[in-house]
Every structure is written in structure tokens, then in C-alpha cells.
Design a protein around this ligand. Structure first.
Ligand code: 6GU
Length: 223
């Protein structure tokens, strides 16, 4: 899979894309990232990307002409990519959407900033996604959330021993809520008087399986 990221702050991504699962996913060639700096498409000697809002008011708005210039370049480099606008006005991300994104050959995450995008950009994108009901100062951290959730689903990224039916990694209910796993424990067996459930120490695999099944359902219900 290819993931393009269009942003005014490409360096925002340099450390996060070099860590853990996302780093490994690039190593095994499950994903390739391409960062595009919106500034490179800016106008004039100052590479202007934003302007004052018509009708007045505080803040700056990203210019539609600059954004579209960037999108056309990205489409030229990567004709099959799907444009995803990150905006608090978008459809709220859930596991079902994550699974559908992970099946695409290429997505382009468009990160906004300042007061937002010129409304006309909406006609040039395939989807609009929000990561939740709160406002972020920019789309970059939302893009990282999408990247993390999608990349871990790509073939070869999770260890083989994490069997799909065991891991909650690809399962969600009809509403798109992920199915959560049973609780995990490791050593020490007792910590500040808090004990590991006895059944997990019993060595009785049938009972352990049963306990885990019961507590998987509970994890979902308790939310
Ligand atoms: Cl995708 N962008 C911004 N700026 N704020 C958000 C968001 C996205 N999702 C939730 N809040």
C-alpha cells in the first residue's frame, strides 16, 4: 500500500514513521510513505498557501487553488490514489472504515491547518474523515491515527503467531466498533496485593479459553 501525506509540516511525521509497527511495516514493504509539502505548491516568492477569509473574521484559510495544484501533482505521481480530507466535519473514523482503507492500493491524507480549508476543496476529494468529536489545531495528528490503525492491518505487519481469530486486530461489530480482547497479565504474579486471576496460572487450557471468551465479550459491554 502507498500512503501519501500532504501537509505544511512534513517534519511532524519524521519520528512517528520511524517507530515500532509503522517502521516495521515499511521494512517489510507493506507500506510506502510519500510526504508532500503543501508549501511547495504555494504562490509567489513567499509560497503563500493561505489567505484571509471572505466576509472577515479571525484566522487564515487554506487556498483551494494551492490545494488543487498539490492534489493534481499527487494524482499524476500516483493515479490510483484516493484523496482523504482530514477534518472535524468528516465522517467519524471507526474500525470498519479502517478496514476498508487498508484494502486500498493508495490513499492520500490531506492535513489542514489554521481555520481550515476553503470549502470548495470538498469537491476534489473522495472522502472526509474526522477522528472524533473534538477539535485539533491541525490534521497531522489525525493523519497519524489513521496511519497507525491502517498499517497494522496490512499483510505481514503483525507477527504470524498472532492468529486472526485470537487477535482483535481485524474484528469489529456492525456499527464499526472494534471487538476488544480479554485482559492480559504477565509477571509478577502478585503486585501490591493485586493478583493475577487464578485460572490463568492453572495450566488448564480449556478453562483458560473459556475465561478469555467470557472476558472478551465483557470488554465490549463495559464501554
Ligand atoms: Cl481529522 N482534524 C482536525 N483539525 N480536528 C479534528 C479531526 C481532524 N478529527 C477530530 N478533530
Amino acid at each position: 500500500m502507498r500512503i501519501n501525506i500532504l501537509t505544511l509540516f512534513p517534519e511532524f511525521f519524521s519520528s512517528p514513521l520511524q517507530q515500532s509497527m509503522i517502521f516495521k511495516a515499511q521494512k517489510v514493504r507493506a507500506v510506502k510513505f510519500n510526504l508532500y509539502n503543501l508549501r511547495d505548491f504555494g504562490l509567489g516568492p513567499r509560497r503563500q498557501v493561505d489567505d484571509r477569509p471572505y466576509g472577515g473574521g479571525a484566522g487564515m484559510v487554506l487556498r483551494v487553488d494551492v490545494l488543487v495544484k498539490a492534489l493534481r501533482q499527487i494524482k499524476k505521481d500516483d493515479p490510483q490514489t484516493k484523496f482523504i480530507l482530514l477534518t472535524p466535519k468528516g465522517k467519524k473514523l471507526n474500525q470498519k472504515k479502517v478496514i476498508s482503507l487498508a484494502k486500498k492500493a493508495s490513499i492520500t491524507l490531506i492535513c489542514g491547518h489554521y481555520e481550515g480549508f476553503d470549502e470548495r476543496i470538498r469537491e476534489y476529494v473522495d472522502e472526509e474523515i474526522s477522528i472524533g468529536d473534538y477539535v485539533l489545531s491541525g490534521g497531522e495528528s489525525a493523519a497519524l491515527v489513521v496511519v497507525d490503525a491502517v498499517v497494522r492491518l496490512l499483510p505481514g505487519v503483525l507477527e504470524k503467531k498472532e492468529a486472526p481469530q485470537e487477535e482483535s486486530f481485524m474484528l469489529c461489530d456492525k456499527k464499526g466498533k472494534p471487538l476488544l480482547e480479554y485482559p492480559h497479565y504477565t509477571r509478577p504474579e502478585v503486585f501490591e496485593n493485586k493478583k493475577v486471576p487464578k485460572v490463568l496460572l492453572s495450566g488448564n487450557h480449556r478453562k483458560i479459553k473459556e475465561w478469555r471468551k467470557r472476558h472478551t465479550q465483557r470488554a465490549a459491554k463495559d464501554r
